[in-house]
Design a protein around this ligand. Structure first.
Ligand SMILES: NC(=O)c1ccc[n+]([C@@H]2O[C@H](COP(=O)([O-])OP(=O)(O)OC[C@H]3O[C@@H](n4cnc5c(N)ncnc54)[C@H](OP(=O)(O)O)[C@@H]3O)[C@@H](O)[C@H]2O)c1
Length: 270
């Protein structure tokens, strides 16, 4: 097994983001990356784009790889793991992005003691601005975990959490972009309703979100402090905030995240 080879199973949205991020930012050598997907065309298109190897079967590359990333849908994961099982080598690290599939479950489909890392990414990983929650199985060493964090760096921010918070991470962060998009879409409609052209409203709202997020990211102030700066006595912002509070804006968002977390718990395997 080469010390650096990487196998990636599943060349869909998340698998492509992983391959493009790791190869595009020069974290790995494309010659050392093997891509595999049941969908031949998807695999070949991605392999040709990132100049990696398109593997024709699991046997072709699994035994050669130090890291094997699994990026197929949760319902396809169990069958895949059983197909991978006879090919597992000692010291390989399996990295799964499948929502709801626990480390314990993956170990039980492979071998007890297999090195497993579980990720909860989100779609902004596609442009290197993702948030990735990472949990490690008991057999994974600190150095092995750090190596995977290094590989993931081009995809965005990685945060380590114990696996018992993975459903919460799914409800908050894996699902998070959808809440933000709904907010943005609604703000654009609001701009249109007060007379601003849709294209202009779109630009203004996106820049509002980027600017507000960057202010939060660049200084240590609490969101409420930054909100207070915008809120002058008897001004427009305080009128708007009153409406949002009366409509239960905060409790609505909290309930949405709790509901997504609960749904993730219901879908959990293992
Ligand atoms: N997209 C997100 O926002 C997001 C966020 C967090 C986590 N995830 C996780 O990421 C994983 C992948 O999601 P995705 O959105 O990238 O899915 P996707 O776009 O459907 O890609 C999965 C790919 O894997 C292929 N595949 C299925 N079974 C396979 C097998 N046994 N061997 C090789 N390839 C196989 C599929 O082929 P077919 O289409 O022919 O079946 C498809 O090309 C999921 O487990 C999901 O929970 C996704």
């Amino acid at each position: 097994m080469s010390i650096n080879n990487i196998g990636l199973i599943g060349c869909g949205a998340m698998g492509s983001a992983l391959a493009r991020g790791m190869i595009g930012r020069g974290v790995v050598d494309p010659n050392e990356v093997y891509l595999y997907d049941l969908n031949e065309e998807r695999k070949k298109t991605l392999a040709s784009e990132v100049k990696a190897n398109a593997a024709s079967s699991l046997d072709d590359f699994i035994p050669l790889c130090k890291h094997v990333f699994i990026a197929v849908k949760p319902q396809d994961t169990e069958g895949l793991l059983y197909a991978v099982k006879p090919l597992v080598q000692p010291d390989q690290v399996f990295v799964s992005v499948a929502a709801g599939i626990t480390i314990n479950y993956i170990e039980s489909c492979l071998f007890p003691g297999t090195k497993v890392i579980r990720l909860m990414p989100n779609t902004p990983c596609l442009i290197g601005e993702g948030a990735i929650v990472i949990s490690t199985g008991e057999s994974v060493t600190d150095d092995e975990r750090k190596e995977v964090e290094r590989l993931l760096k081009p995809l965005g921010l990685s945060i380590r959490l114990p696996e018992n918070l993975m459903d919460a991470a799914t409800g908050l962060s894996g699902t998070g972009p959808a809440y933000v998009y709904l907010f943005i879409e609604t703000m654009i409609d609001a701009g249109v309703s007060v007379g601003i052209r849709r294209d202009v409203a779109t630009k203004l709202v996106i820049q509002n979100v980027i600017g507000a997020a960057k202010m939060l990211d660049s200084n240590a102030q609490h969101p409420a402090e930054l909100r207070n700066i915008v809120t002058s006595p008897a001004g427009t912002t305080s009128s708007a905030l009153l409406i949002l509070e009366e409509a239960g804006f905060r409790s609505c968002l909290i309930k949405a995240v709790r509901e997504a977390t609960k749904r993730s718990e219901e879908l959990r395997l293992g």
